[in-house]
Design a protein around this ligand. Structure first.
Ligand SMILES: [Ca+2]
Length: 525
């Protein structure tokens, strides 16, 4: 009996060892078969309004963005979560809404609010990608202080290296140009510059990006290429101004019966006063410079795309082109961003991924918080925290798919007032914290010129309900506490942990995300 038992044990052990070896061999094969790491090229433009809109489609020449669009999906309804540089970029890089990051201005760094958040480039960097930033990816802060600058760029955390650029002496010489406000607004200037592309920061940013792409060879990389135009001052080498004879450009005119809105919505402060004094000629001047700066940026984009061509990288690189906020070029007498109107909230977004069909257009509502989970999805990386958005991969698979039925944007007006806006396929509804509302019907009014809130109480009630699904916006206080609407405060950190991550996981952020695919006829509405 004992011998037989031993025999059985040996047999079982042999079977076990054989199975174990087979399993190990399988695992080894699986590891060997793992797809290679995709490169990620994140190209950002600054203050570039949506080229899909009425103005840019007809006016601005962007042949290189068209080249990228031919290789990817153009998202015609992409919305930022806060239409200003730093809050928008912080939200995108954290994959969290501005209500969650608490970053709602250009003076607070993301890490001041969320020191331990794993940012998008950091997610790849920590997983073995080489991560490098050229130009403006995060907001460029810190002035000339090297330590502060590195903190703003998040060097060492998001990136192995981050470099910003300034114009050369030649590039600072203006052949033509002026401040259109006579100096009242120091940023409101344009200039046709002497020198070549590389005398301007964006030319240098393209050159450095191209050099790094070449240098890294087969090493997987995440490269941020952050162009600084067409952001003010509206400067470009002179030849880009030649593309736009002033007479060829028409200034925007609001309809005479446009609904008035309160100053907090648009037209606020010294900006509104200065724009109110513009002549037709001055609107045209600014428009021309904005177009020239856009074309200049587009040319630099083209140089970077050439480098992908040259190194045959399209089949191993995920290319994402984004703006960071939209821009009014005269709508509602506004020359800027920072409003809750479509012009300010809607932004360019193009994604080209290996193996997916190009020259596609998506009409699905998408948000910038969707970019983080999209990159994580394509790179096979796990989200390090609960995502506020959802991967856009289903849209690359089927451009007629719709992944969500609402997009949300926040703005603040000082520490006591803020507005939240929701865009659905038909409506834009804005609710200010003082109770004022705006409702625009995109079926009949794509430029949002008529507030129809009073005539549509049921729609207002429904969309107000959607805004309540957002995490509430809380004002950040210097002693690391958040102030609630009722005046009470809560600490951001408790026992060394960021309390917002707990609330993110518990919140009902996901109620507006639907993974359903809808027929293209419905998605196209
Ligand atoms: Ca910007």
């Amino acid at each position: 009996m004992a011998i037989q038992s031993n025999h059985s044990t040996m047999k079982a052990l042999t079977v076990f060892i054989v199975c174990l070896l087979a399993l190990l061999a399988k695992l080894h094969c699986a590891a060997a078969e793992q797809p290679p790491k995709l490169n990620v090229l994140l190209i950002m433009a600054d203050d570039l309004r949506d080229y899909g809109g009425a103005f840019t489609r007809d006016v601005v020449k962007m042949p290189n963005l068209d080249r990228l669009r031919a290789r990817g999906v153009t998202f015609e309804r992409a919305y930022v979560q806060y239409p200003v540089c730093n809050p928008s970029r912080s939200s995108m890089m954290a994959g969290l809404r501005a209500e969650q990051t608490g970053v709602a201005n250009n003076t607070t760094r993301l890490r001041q609010m969320m020191p331990d958040v794993i940012t998008l480039p950091q997610l790849c960097k920590d997983a073995g990608w080489q991560s490098h930033a050229f130009g403006k990816l995060y907001h460029l802060g810190g002035g000339k202080d090297a330590v502060q600058k590195a903190l703003w760029a998040d060097t060492g955390r998001s990136w192995h290296t981050a470099q910003d650029y300034v114009a050369t002496q030649v590039g600072r010489r203006m052949v033509e140009g002026r401040n259109v406000t006579g100096g009242a607004l120091n940023w409101c200037a344009w200039g046709a510059a002497d020198g070549n592309d590389d005398d301007q920061p964006d030319g240098q940013i393209a050159t450095a990006t191209m050099a790094m792409i070449k240098q890294l060879g087969d090493t997987p990389w995440f490269i941020g290429c952050g162009f600084m135009k067409p952001h003010d001052p509206f400067i470009a080498p002179r030849r880009y101004f030649d593309l736009y004879p002033t007479e060829s450009l028409k200034r925007w005119r609001d309809p005479r019966d446009i609904s008035p809105v309160p100053e907090k919505a648009v037209g606020f402060g010294a900006y509104g006063v200065a724009f109110g004094k513009f002549t037709d000629r001055e609107w045209q001047e600014l428009l021309r410079a904005y177009c020239a700066a856009t074309s200049f940026m587009d040319a630099q984009l083209g140089r970077v795309l050439d480098e992908l061509d040259k190194n045959k990288l399209w089949d191993k690189t995920l290319v994402i082109f984004v703006g960071d906020n939209g821009y009014h070029t005269g709508e509602r007498n506004w020359w800027n961003k920072d409003t809750l109107f479509e012009r300010s909230c809607r932004v360019p977004l193009v994604i080209a991924a290996p193996g997916f069909k190009g020259a596609q257009t998506s009409r699905s509502l998408v948000e910038f918080v969707d970019l983080y989970p999209t990159v994580a999805d394509f790179c096979g990386l796990k989200m390090p925290h609960a995502a506020a958005g959802t991967s856009l991969k289903p849209i690359l698979t089927n451009p007629a798919a719709s992944i969500k039925d609402a997009a949300f944007t926040l703005v603040t007006r000082g520490s006591k007032l803020h507005g939240q806006s929701v865009r659905t396929t038909r409506w834009r509804f804005t609710l200010w914290s003082d109770g004022q509302t705006e409702l625009y019907d995109h079926d009949t009014d794509p430029e949002e010129t008529h507030n129809v809130a009073q005539a549509n109480p049921a729609v207002v009630a429904q969309l107000e309900g959607r805004l309540k699904t957002l995490p509430p916006y809380k004002v950040y206080l210097d002693n690391l506490r958040l102030r609630d609407a009722d005046g009470s405060t809560t600490p951001i950190w408790e026992n060394g942990k960021d309390t917002r991550f707990r609330s993110i996981a518990d919140s009902n952020l996901f109620t507006h995300i639907s993974a359903r695919a809808v027929p293209s006829s419905e998605a196209g509405k």
